[in-house]
Design a protein around this ligand. Structure first.
Ligand SMILES: Cc1cc2nc3c(=O)[nH]c(=O)nc-3n(C[C@H](O)[C@H](O)[C@H](O)COP(=O)(O)O)c2cc1C
Length: 284
């Protein structure tokens, strides 16, 4: 029988693997479940899409969800560029690690931290954007943009569409800005490919770290004493099976260290600071 607690257990099993799903499930009231949680827990990045277009009405609903995200002081420091032109997508794919999901995207949403609107306001009113060069201003824009993008992803998934974020849009920020005619004081934080998932290549949900690893109470835990090593070891077991199925190296810890402890791993993105400076952001 398909009861609420069955559906919730299946969602937790996919998200965490059996042991952690049991632990987490035991701490949630049996009736605590809803459609929003179901969509959130079922998230998986989709990289293969059917060729059908994303309709204008879907796009508008997705942007309404993005606009509904909280925004620091309601400054709304973001814009989104919807790209569907195949030649432009091909050029953007070349700037973003030649990813097929970008080249074949039914729709690519480029999420832009946008202080350019504030700059235009300042110009129109004869004022100077004297605080644009502070790191806080860049962070404001990037946080607002990211919250909007995640709301959009969730909305798309709630409508049966698939999504994948594209951080590789930050590989060549200057060239991308030219391709998209982006003004100074704007920066493409991340892309989001949206489309109808190809059922032949619909991915599984990827397990996440257990809650004892990510959830701290009152103060940040010490790591060692709080069982972080055991928690990470348990996660390695849960994720190894997933990665092996994808033909990927199966250690999550090595994945993290491959990014942060391997010189050169950031590739072009080592130059991000310089690119942001050129685009009118600052680090004061
Ligand atoms: C900011 C961000 C950037 C990402 N960039 C890429 C990317 O360039 N290419 C890609 O295939 N996936 C990208 N992803 C997807 C992640 O690889 C994916 O979310 C992660 O492996 C977890 O898998 P899941 O989304 O299926 O749960 C990105 C995700 C985020 C949040």
């Amino acid at each position: 029988m398909d009861t609420v607690s069955d559906r919730r257990l299946v969602a937790l099993l996919r998200r965490y693997g059996a042991d952690e799903a049991e632990r987490v499930g035991a701490r949630i009231d049996p009736l605590l479940w809803n459609d929003v949680l179901a969509v959130q827990l079922a998230h998986r990045s989709v990289r293969k899409f059917l060729p059908e277009k994303v309709s204008e009405s879907h796009l508008r609903a997705i942007v309404a969800a993005a606009s509904s995200a909280a925004s620091s002081s309601n400054l709304q420091l973001w814009s989104v560029i919807a790209v569907t032109d195949r030649e432009r997508l091909g050029r953007i794919a070349e700037l973003a690690g030649n990813q097929e999901s970008v080249r074949n995207a039914p729709l690519l949403l480029v999420w832009v931290a946008d202080l350019a609107r504030a700059a235009r306001l300042a110009t129109r009113r004869g004022r100077d954007l004297v605080n644009a060069g502070y790191l806080e201003s860049a962070v404001l824009g990037i946080v607002d943009t990211t919250l909007a993008a995640q709301n959009a992803a969730l909305a798309a998934e709630s409508l049966g569409l698939g999504t994948v974020f594209i951080g590789a849009l930050r590989d060549h920020p200057t060239d991308l800005a030219s391709e998209l005619a982006m003004p100074d004081h704007s920066f493409a934080v991340v892309g989001l490919v949206v489309g109808r998932p190809d059922p032949a290549e619909y991915p599984e949900v990827k397990p996440r770290l257990g809650q004892d690893v990510v959830l701290h109470r009152e103060q940040y835990g010490s790591g060692a004493e709080d069982g972080e090593e055991e928690g990470v070891a348990a996660y390695e077991d849960a994720i190894a099976q997933f990665y092996r199925g994808q033909g990927l190296p199966d250690s999550w810890s090595e994945r993290v260290l491959g990014r942060f402890a391997a010189p050169g791993a950031l590739g072009h993105r080592e130059g991000l600071r310089q690119a942001l400076l050129q685009r009118g952001f600052g680090f004061e």
